[in-house]
Design a protein around this ligand. Structure first.
Ligand code: 6GU
Length: 254
């Protein structure tokens, strides 16, 4: 996977991505990252990249020319036109599913905006995907681009230590992950659940699955609608729901 980020703050991208697991994957050559400074492509003698909006209004708008030239320089080096992701609160909300789709690409270009936005004409010319990371407003697209690259990178074979871990985790089968415990066996008078010490792999797997069901029901019930649940799972959830209804009743009575 080769990432290319068009930005006014290349240091922010480089510093954010060269640490920990992603940094190691770059060192190993599993990923590459190129942060292109849009300002380097300004033909203006003061390297200006923004101007006032036509029609008036607050703030500045990033101009088309430097962004387009920076993009063309990238495209020239590629065999086919890459997907170009514009980070914007007006985009589709990013998800694990979108990450899985994007992880298949050889190259990905991220376009990070700042100020009040980017001249619409260059977006029409180069952008293939409009993506948001959630319903809140950030000052620029750099953090969203890094969120996306982090999510996509861990799906690339070899990036995670343990090949299994990408598979079992939250969202993969629409259920949240079970809780985890490590040494010591007792901490602040809290014992590690007995079943995990039993060495009984089948029982452990069943307990973990039930924990996943319970957590998902309590914390993200919306996910259960899409989860592939069998009869036993549904019964288990009904039981949790019934127990909860009883304890809710007790709270109301108090
Ligand atoms: Cl992708 N960009 C900005 N500026 N704000 C956001 C966002 C993106 N996603 C959520 N808020």
């Amino acid at each position: 996977m080769n990432y290319h980020v068009l930005t006014l703050f290349p240091e922010m991208i480089e510093q954010g991505m060269n640490t920990s697991i992603i940094g190691r994957a770059i060192e190993q050559g599993l990923l590459s990252l190129e942060a292109v400074n849009i300002r380097d492509y300004s033909t203006n003698k003061h390297h200006k990249v923004d101007d006032y909006p036509y029609g008036g209004g607050a703030g500045m708008v990033m101009q088309a020319q430097p962004i387009y030239d920076a993009y063309c320089a990238l495209e020239k080096k590629m065999e086919k036109k890459p997907r170009v992701i514009y980070l914007t609160p007006q985009g589709r909300t990013f998800s694990q599913k979108i990450a899985q789709d994007l992880a298949k690409e050889q190259n990905l270009v991220f376009l990070c905006g700042h100020y009040e936005g980017i001249d619409e004409r260059v977006l029409e010319e180069i952008v293939t995907d409009y993506v948001s990371i959630g319903d809140y407003v950030l000052t620029g697209g750099e953090l969203p681009a890094m969120v996306m690259m982090d999510t996509i990178s861990r799906l690339i074979p070899g990036v995670l230590n343990n090949e299994d871990s990408a598979e079992y985790e939250s969202f993969q089968n629409s259920l949240l992950e079970h809780p985890q415990y490590s040494r010591p066996e007792v901490w602040k008078d809290k014992r590690v659940p007995e079943v995990l010490l039993s060495g009984h792999h089948e029982k452990i797997a069943q307990w973990r699955h039930e924990q996943s069901l319970e957590r998902t029901f309590l914390r993200r019930p919306d996910l259960l609608e899409k989860a592939p649940l069998d009869k036993k799972d549904k019964k288990y959830i009904e039981q949790i729901a019934a127990n909860q209804a009883i304890s809710d009743e007790n709270v109301t009575e108090e």
